[in-house]
Write a protein that binds this ligand. Structure first.
Ligand SMILES: *Cc1c(COP(=O)(O)O)cnc(C)c1O
Length: 348
C-alpha cells in the first residue's frame, strides 16, 4: 500500500496549524505565548494537543507504540477524520457492509462520500467476495465493526484477513465492544497489515461515554496524516486527566465487564423463555439483538413502563428486532418483569 496515493492531495500538501506550544521546545516557567488567562485555575491552560501522557498509558496497556495512536473526541471524530483525510467529496466512495453502526453512513454523507452496502449474511457474517465486488478504483475505505452493532457478533477472522489482503485501501475494524468479547481483537495484527486501522473507545466497557474519548490505532504513517488534520485541542484537559486516571485502574473495567457477561447470559436465557420471542442472537458485546413477533408493540409497551430499548425493526436483516443493552442486575430484572407483562397484555 502506498499511503501518499491514498491521501487526498490537499491534505498531503497541507501545512498544519502549529500551536504555540509546538514552536517552543525546552523548559520554561513563564508562558506568555498562547493568550491564555494567566491567573491560575484548573483549566486556564490549553490541553496538550498531542495527549502525550494519555497515549503513553494507552500504548502500555494495548502493547502498541505511542506513534500508532490517535485520540479523538469520541470515535465519531476519528471516523470523520478518516473521511476527510482519504475521501474526495463527490468523487470517491467507501464500502459499509450492512447492518452496522449508523455513524459510518452519516459521516460519509456529511462529507459527501458515496457509500456501497453489501449485506452481511443471515448469521451477520461477512461474505468477502460480495464486499470486494463493491470495490472500484475510487474506493478508499471499508468499514467493519467487530463485535458488530446491532447484531452483537464478532466477524470471522479469516473473512477480515481476506479483505485486508485483497483491498488496496484502508480497512477499518471498529472494536467498540471488544472488551466484552474476551478475544484479543486486531491490535496485534497492526504490524502485519499496513492497511489495517482499528478503532476503540472508552465509551462502553470503560464506562466513560461522557468523557468522549475514542482511540484510533494504525501505522505511524496513517496516524501522522490524521493527526495533521485533527483540531489541535480536540481532547479537553478534564477528559485527558480522567481518562488517564481510569486507565490506571483496570479493575473497574474488569468488574463491569464480568458483571455484564454474567447478566448477558442470564438475560439471554430468560428472554428465550418468553413465548413471543423468536430468537436471541449470540452476542460478544454488552447488548442482545432479540427477534420477536410485534417488536414495535413490545417497544411501546416497554416505553410505557419507563424502559427504553433500541427499536431496530426497520433495519435490514433486523426485521422484528429490538436491541437491548445489558443493564445493572436491577435494570435487567425490571426489563424482564415488564416483558413478562407484555405476554399477559397480548393474551387479554
Ligand atoms: C458506541 C459505539 C462507538 C462509540 O463511539 P464514541 O464516539 O467513542 O462514543 C463506536 N463504534 C460503535 C460501533 C459503537 O457502537
Amino acid at each position: 500500500m502506498n499511503l501518499s496515493q491514498l491521501v487526498r492531495k490537499n491534505i498531503l500538501a497541507l501545512k498544519p496549524y502549529s500551536t504555540a506550544r509546538d514552536d517552543f521546545k525546552g523548559m520554561a516557567q513563564v508562558f506568555l505565548d498562547a493568550n491564555e488567562n494567566p491567573f491560575p485555575s484548573a483549566f486556564n491552560r490549553y490541553p496538550d494537543p498531542h495527549q502525550k501522557a494519555l497515549k503513553e498509558k494507552i500504548a502500555e496497556l494495548k502493547q502498541v507504540r505511542s506513534e500508532q495512536i490517535i485520540v479523538g473526541n469520541g470515535s465519531d471524530e476519528i471516523i470523520d477524520l478518516l473521511f476527510r483525510a482519504f475521501c474526495e467529496p463527490g468523487v470517491e466512495n467507501v464500502v459499509i457492509p450492512q447492518p452496522t453502526y449508523g455513524m459510518y453512513l452519516v459521516s460519509a454523507q456529511i462529507n459527501e462520500i458515496a457509500t456501497r452496502h453489501p449485506l452481511l449474511n443471515e448469521q451477520f457474517q461477512l461474505e468477502p467476495s460480495k464486499v470486494l465486488a463493491e470495490v472500484d478504483t475510487n474506493t478508499k475505505l471499508i468499514f467493519l465493526c467487530s463485535p458488530n452493532n446491532p447484531s452483537g457478533n464478532l466477524l470471522n477472522r479469516n473473512d477480515i484477513k481476506t479483505i485486508l489482503n485483497e483491498f488496496q485501501g484502508i480497512v477499518i475494524v471498529d472494536e467498540a465492544y471488544i472488551d466484552f468479547s474476551q478475544t484479543e481483537g486486531w491490535l496485534s495484527e497492526l504490524g502485519n497489515y499496513s492497511n489495517l486501522f482499528v478503532i476503540q473507545t472508552l465509551s462502553k466497557a470503560w464506562g466513560l461515554a461522557g468523557l468522549r474519548i475514542g482511540i484510533g490505532f494504525g501505522s505511524s504513517e496513517i496516524i501522522n496524516v490524521l493527526s495533521k488534520i485533527k483540531p489541535p485541542y480536540n481532547v479537553n484537559t478534564a477528559s485527558q486527566l480522567e481518562a488517564l486516571a481510569a486507565l490506571n485502574n483496570t479493575s473497574v473495567r474488569d468488574e463491569c465487564v464480568n458483571t455484564s457477561l454474567v447478566e448477558r447470559e442470564k438475560l439471554q436465557k430468560a428472554l428465550q423463555t418468553l413465548p413471543y420471542v423468536e430468537a436471541v442472537f449470540p452476542s460478544d458485546a454488552n447488548f442482545l439483538l432479540v427477534k420477536m413477533s410485534d417488536a414495535f408493540g413490545c417497544y411501546q409497551h416497554l416505553i410505557s413502563n419507563g424502559i427504553v430499548v433500541r427499536d431496530r425493526s426497520k433495519v435490514i436483516r433486523c426485521e422484528d428486532c429490538l436491541r437491548i443493552s445489558i443493564g445493572t442486575p436491577d435494570d435487567n430484572s425490571q426489563l424482564l418483569n415488564s416483558l413478562k407483562k407484555f405476554t399477559a397484555d397480548k393474551q387479554k
